[in-house]
Design a binder for this molecule. Structure first.
Ligand code: ADP
Ligand code: MG
Length: 253
């Protein structure tokens, strides 16, 4: 898609869990080449919105389109194969495996038959291609020196970057990152912000969930604010910073 065209569009998406409306008719779009942040207090519906976009949860109502095609109702694997890769709020790595093998799992997932058959029935050439791609993504994100270490020995900031490398193995057009900066130390956040800017410069589009407004202010092109499942504001970082409804939501008023 051309830079600036709509890559992801959520239109009036809704998710009800029994009586609780976790996501209440939310509109959200990501233009190609942008970094968009979805922010809001705990329980606002941010992770649920990601799960609706990436196919992990069925919608109660609304539509999701990716690169101009309706994708709601499609399986997560199918959506990932279209070019939408994601990370989860809680780090998912195998601590006893190397960084390289953890990242290679992402490349295995790109294979047609899924991770199990990939593990047991790969021919050598395919295996070599996958490992080379994983190594390339590790270098791209700046973890080359850690490539052969056990993942369990990495600091949290490096684990989050490992997960980004794994998502990049899907060769996505859009990255969905759920709270990539949560719990990171200041220098780790700076390192992460530099990586995300680098990826944008390389043409990647990014939608990220973030709790810390400071982190998104210098980094993002557009911010959407959720509170109690509803979109209460959307705009540039400057507009969001000055928005009274946002300030009130964050102060818990
Ligand atoms: P956030 O990521 O913004 O912190 P979530 O999307 O995780 O918020 O949750 C939004 C609301 O939906 C919360 O009240 C949460 O308890 C509820 N919720 C999330 N997932 C489920 C689920 N699978 N079943 C029932 N309620 C859920
Ligand atoms: Mg969440």
């Amino acid at each position: 898609p051309a830079r600036g065209s709509n890559l992801l569009s959520l239109e009036r998406v809704r998710k009800a869990f029994q009586g609780l409306v976790a996501v209440n008719d939310v509109d959200l779009s990501v233009r190609s080449g942008d970094i968009v942040a979805l922010i809001g207090p705990n329980g606002a519906g941010k992770s649920t919105t990601f799960n609706l976009a990436s196919g992990l949860l069925p919608l109660t109502a609304g539509t999701v389109s990716f690169d101009g095609v309706r994708i709601d109702g499609e399986a997560p694997r199918r959506i990932a194969a279209r070019g939408m890769a994601r990370t989860f709020q809680h780090v998912k790595v195998l601590p006893d495996m190397s960084v390289l093998d953890n990242v290679a799992l992402g490349a295995h997932l790109r294979g047609k038959a899924g991770v199990l058959s990939a593990t047991f029935r790969l021919d050598r050439a395919e295996e070599a291609r996958i490992m080379a791609d994983a190594a390339r993504q590790i270098e791209r994100v700046g973890l080359k020196d850690q490539m052969l270490l056990q993942a369990g020995s990495l600091a949290l900031g490096q684990l989050r970057i490992l997960e980004i490398a794994r998502a990049l193995c899907l060769d996505p057009q859009l990255l969905l990152l759920d709270e990539p900066a949560a719990g990171l130390r200041h220098f780790e956040k700076q390192q992460l912000a530099r990586l995300l800017s680098q990826l944008r410069d390389e043409g990647m589009s990014i939608l990220l969930v973030e709790h810390d407004m400071g982190f998104v202010m210098g980094l993002t092109d557009h911010i959407v604010v959720l509170d109690f499942g509803m979109r209460i504001a959307a705009g540039s970082p400057e507009e969001i910073r000055a928005n009274p409804a946002v300030i009130e939501a964050y102060l818990g008023a």
